[in-house]
Design a protein around this ligand. Structure first.
Ligand SMILES: Cc1ncc(C[n+]2csc(CCOP(=O)(O)OP(=O)(O)O)c2C)c(N)n1
Length: 392
């Protein structure tokens, strides 16, 4: 993998962790050796599933950009190019883990079971949040966060709760940090981008994660750009090194290599759940599309930069790997058909998503019924009825 340099600053370590080279050949970097054992139990059907996940989400993602252009979505945030790290990391999580995504984690959400139409519904403006996090079908995938960095605080708080649950179960009611961490039932994973690391929330969340040995894994997808701001404007050192300073175990991986994402996330999550403290992954990747459909990236980045990353497309690369394992042409042809069918079905469903009534705005303000909300709902009903009375 060639170094990423912006304004003459080298933003990569000499050797980010990776198992696959740019063409998808199995060629682990020296830094990958200590994580290789995490891949031992994977079989070909797992890897094929990862590929199917990536092509399905890419087809859906492309469809959503079209839907926005046709006026059917208010906005769309493409994740094209970032599916590789996401699919490996999502598959390294366990059912009991909780995930706190930002707005570009479509592959993560899909792998955890969130319906693609629920993801698109938020961008169509027909839901206040997206999906019901308490519904087991949604795999403990929390809602997309648009307020940059706030999800890092949510994740640290949630992981501190996981510590407290474990302490309670062991007979203690104090969350006070001890010398030793404590094993927990699940871990927490938070996702955000390189630009978000400039928000104080991210640094604060690492202070608490480290102090309380909270079982949280930070996944920072360094896709090189925060809208039009290049990563070297955000940091003059590789960003994962900041996490080391907060006392998290932290590494930089090739974020377009699903195997690297899986192996490191699995190791760090096992350590977090064992009470050995938080971890941090900087996944080097590239946003191949626009920041959102409101953005025109040709105004701030060079065509050859995009081209150099197109050659490292995580899906093409993983396809190369699967082919080297002997996976047949039929599988890829069938995967393409399945992905098209999934995107087409999502498109049809998105177009018929029900419009919510105005009274739904009161539904999620409090978790329990609340007299203030009841009064406001009643006021709205009277107000709406007044139009009928006046014959307007
Ligand atoms: C607190 C806050 N400040 C500013 C914004 C506006 N904003 C939305 S996305 C974005 C850039 C984020 O870049 P990065 O964290 O690298 O993530 P990426 O979009 O590249 O995945 C900004 C500044 C926001 N949503 N929230």
């Amino acid at each position: 993998m060639s170094a990423t340099t912006t304004f003459g600053v080298d933003m990569t370590d000499p050797e980010p962790i990776r198992f696959l080279d740019d063409e998808g050949r199995y060629a682990p970097s020296a830094s990958a050796a200590e994580f290789a054992a995490e891949l031992e139990n994977l079989d070909e059907s797992d890897l094929k599933q990862w590929y199917l996940d990536m092509v399905a989400v890419r087809a859906f993602d492309t469809e959503c950009t079209h839907l926005q252009r046709q006026g059917q979505l208010a906005l769309w945030a493409p994740s094209v190019g970032q599916e590789g790290g996401q699919v490996g990391i999502a598959h390294a999580t366990k059912p009991n883990d909780h995930l706190f995504p930002t707005y570009r984690e479509h592959t993560v959400a899909y792998v955890r079971g969130v319906q693609l139409t629920a993801i698109a519904g938020q961008f169509r403006g027909v839901t206040h949040g997206g999906w019901d996090v308490t519904d087991p079908a949604n795999g403990n995938c929390h809602l997309y966060t648009l307020v940059l960095g706030s999800q890092a605080q949510h994740a640290s708080g949630f992981a501190m709760g996981q510590v407290l649950d474990a302490k309670r179960a062991a007979g203690s009611t104090s969350l006070a940090p001890g010398e030793e961490g404590i094993a927990t039932d699940g871990a927490t994973v938070v996702f955000y981008g390189d630009g978000t690391t400039s928000e104080g929330d991210v640094s604060e969340s690492m202070v608490f994660a480290a102090s309380f040995q909270a079982p949280v894994l930070h996944v920072m997808q360094n896709n090189n750009w925060a809208i039009s701001v290049p990563v070297a404007r955000q940091s003059r050192t590789p960003i994962y090194r900041r996490a080391l300073g907060f006392g998290l175990r932290a590494v930089q991986i090739d974020g377009n290599d699903p195997l690297a994402g899986f192996a490191v996330a699995k190791r760090f999550l096992d350590q977090a759940r064992a009470g050995e403290g938080p971890g941090y992954i900087e996944a080097l990747t590239y946003r191949m599309g626009a920041h959102t459909t409101s953005d025109d990236p040709t105004r701030y980045r060079e065509a050859d930069e995009l081209e150099s990353w197109r050659l490292r497309d995580p899906i093409v690369r993983f396809e190369g790997y699967l082919r080297s394992l002997g996976v047949s042409e039929d599988f890829f042809a069938d995967a393409a058909k399945q992905a098209d069918a999934i995107a087409k079905a999502a498109r049809e469903e998105i177009l018929t998503l029900p419009e919510p009534g105005p009274d739904t705005m009161f539904e999620h303000v409090y978790s329990e019924p609340h007299p203030l909300m009841d009064a406001q709902r009643e006021w709205l009903a009277d107000y709406e009825a007044s139009f009928a009375e006046e014959g307007r």
